[in-house]
Design a protein around this ligand. Structure first.
Ligand code: SF4
Length: 333
């Protein structure tokens, strides 16, 4: 894995001012007559860059917009506003053949791989179908490619003939990976890929992801709510809160010297394996506010232990404090 923060390196994926708002409609029998009551601002003016060969982790509490970010970039849901530049083209403007090509190069791994595997089809056939959709190879070549990818993700060749329900959670996640990787993508967006697994299986899957990244020269956007899991795989981490990144830094730097009060609270909950070291847990008051009605100014001000008057009215801009380490907080202005 490589970390590239040098200005002369262009990002492989450049997300600029991404917004995804979902309309909330009032009551009524016929949907088209229902009035729009408001909007859930799931992702609100989010920008980040993803460099070739690296892993960028996106971390935050459930409901912070990290999964919507991944799904919107891949056009599984359409954006409200913004750009996602991949190889000099805006993904949000692609259609037809160019959109299909992008979908081959950017793949997604889901938390529940069962949902992306057809329960009525043998695994081998499901995987071959992914190749057929993109018109890759002859029938014979597709079968060979399936055998090869099954081996790569640590499955046995006999698994080709089995159905999804015959596998354990860990095996299904390996198959989810196989389904994403079989078309030879450049970027893989993993949405909570290990959250549903036991801790011992989690580390096996993380190690597999790292191994495959090296072998297949992959670039990862790794989305998860558990910052200790994200730490193990990410070169850089973006901490998300209510639709935007509040702090972004190389992984070691984020853990050594977090700046944003929300990041500090997240890290204070991470256990340290040394009983000699005592650290104070920062307990945040209240729940994450609703993205339907986000707080004014800094969206974290309703829970922040350092809140000042300015925080309630003015939105802090994300500023770079040192190379690759940026934060959005009035404490650093
Ligand atoms: Fe806290 Fe204010 Fe910083 Fe927001 S801007 S994190 S409320 S200190």
């Amino acid at each position: 894995m490589s970390l590239q923060t040098d200005d002369c390196n262009f990002p492989l994926l450049d997300v600029q001012g991404l917004k995804k708002f979902f309309p909330v409609k009032g009551k009524g029998l016929i949907e088209s007559f229902r009035r729009e009551k408001g909007q859930v601002k799931a992702v609100n003016d989010l920008s980040f860059q993803l460099y070739e060969g690296e892993t960028l982790g996106l971390v935050g509490e459930s409901g912070c917009g990290k999964s919507t970010t991944g799904r919107t970039i891949l056009r599984l849901t359409e954006p409200t506003e913004g750009k996602a530049i991949y190889k000099n083209k805006d993904i949000f403007k692609l259609n037809g053949k160019a959109l299909r090509q992008m979908r081959q190069e950017l793949q997604m791994v889901f938390q529940d791989p069962y949902s992306s595997l057809n329960p009525r089809k043998r695994i081998g056939h499901t995987l071959e179908e992914s190749l057929a959709i993109h018109s890759i190879g002859t029938k014979q070549e597709r079968t060979e490619r399936v055998m090869e990818i099954l081996y790569k993700v640590g499955m046995k060749l006999e698994h080709y003939y089995r159905y999804p329900h015959e596998f354990s959670g860990g095996q299904r996640q390996r198959l989810g990976l196989a389904r994403a990787l079989i078309v030879n993508p450049k970027v893989v967006i993993s949405d909570e890929p290990v959250s549903a697994l036991d801790v011992s299986i989690q580390s096996q899957i993380i190690n597999l992801l790292k191994k495959l990244q090296n072998e297949m020269k992959l670039t990862y956007l790794f989305i998860a709510h558990d910052i200790s899991v994200v730490r193990h795989i990410s070169d850089r981490i973006g901490v998300m809160y209510l639709g935007n990144i509040v702090e972004e830094a190389p992984t070691d730097k984020l853990f050594e010297s977090p700046l944003h009060p929300y990041t500090k609270a997240l890290l204070s909950a991470v256990p340290i394996p040394d009983p000699q070291i005592k650290k104070e847990r920062i307990i945040l008051k209240g729940e994450i506010p609703s993205p339907l009605n986000p707080p004014s100014g800094c969206v974290f001000h309703t829970r922040c232990p350092h809140v000042m008057n300015i925080c309630k009215t003015q939105t802090p801009m994300r500023k770079e404090m040192s190379i690759g380490h940026s934060v959005a907080c009035h404490l650093y202005e």
